[in-house]
Design a protein around this ligand. Structure first.
Ligand SMILES: [Zn+2]
Length: 166
């Protein structure tokens, strides 16, 4: 059976003091952001028992607060230490928590290489062409033999290259 609730009609809105959308100050925005950061779920496996490694079949992830992230940007080696997250006891790979990921992201943006790397297209014989990858690019992207690359043409002269991670 349906029931209809009857709400009292709202009183006349006083014209002298109309409702306003509250203005949020920068200070307040900062506070809100800090609060969100504090309360965000930074630990992706919080409460999970024995999280498994996403890369190897037998590995288990264990919490760690001494993870590092390392890359080469513009000929300069960048090393971030004391990052938090998980380390796999099988393959040794690290999975960073959200806060560490954000720190890495900030650092990457700050040190982003503007001009990228240059490579020359060479003839491999039999009408095939190949690209020799520059040492710095191999190091920065951790390319290894048989790594698969996806090349997405953006225009006739521009393309986006991505390592396909299995
Ligand atoms: Zn693993």
């Amino acid at each position: 059976m349906e029931t209809t609730k009857r709400w009292p009609l709202p009183g006349k809105m006083p014209l002298r003091n109309p409702p306003r959308i509250p203005r949020v100050s920068r200070q307040r925005l900062r506070e809100i952001r800090r609060w969100l950061e504090r309360n965000a779920d930074f630990d992706r496996f919080a409460g999970a028992k024995g999280p498994r490694c996403p890369w190897c079949p037998s590995g288990g992830l264990h919490r760690s607060d001494d993870l590092t992230a390392e890359w080469v940007g513009d000929g300069e080696r960048i090393l971030l230490m004391n990052l938090k997250g998980y380390r796999c006891d099988g393959c040794g790979r690290s999975l960073y928590d959200r806060r560490s990921e954000l720190a890495i992201g900030d650092m990457l943006v700050a040190t982003r290489q503007r001009n990228g790397y240059t490579a020359t297209v060479s003839s491999l014989g039999g009408g095939k062409l190949g690209i020799y990858l520059p040492k710095e690019a191999i190091k920065a992207l951790r390319f290894a033999k048989y790594d698969e690359l996806r090349i997405v043409p953006l225009s006739r002269t521009r393309a986006f290259v991505e390592k396909v991670e299995g």
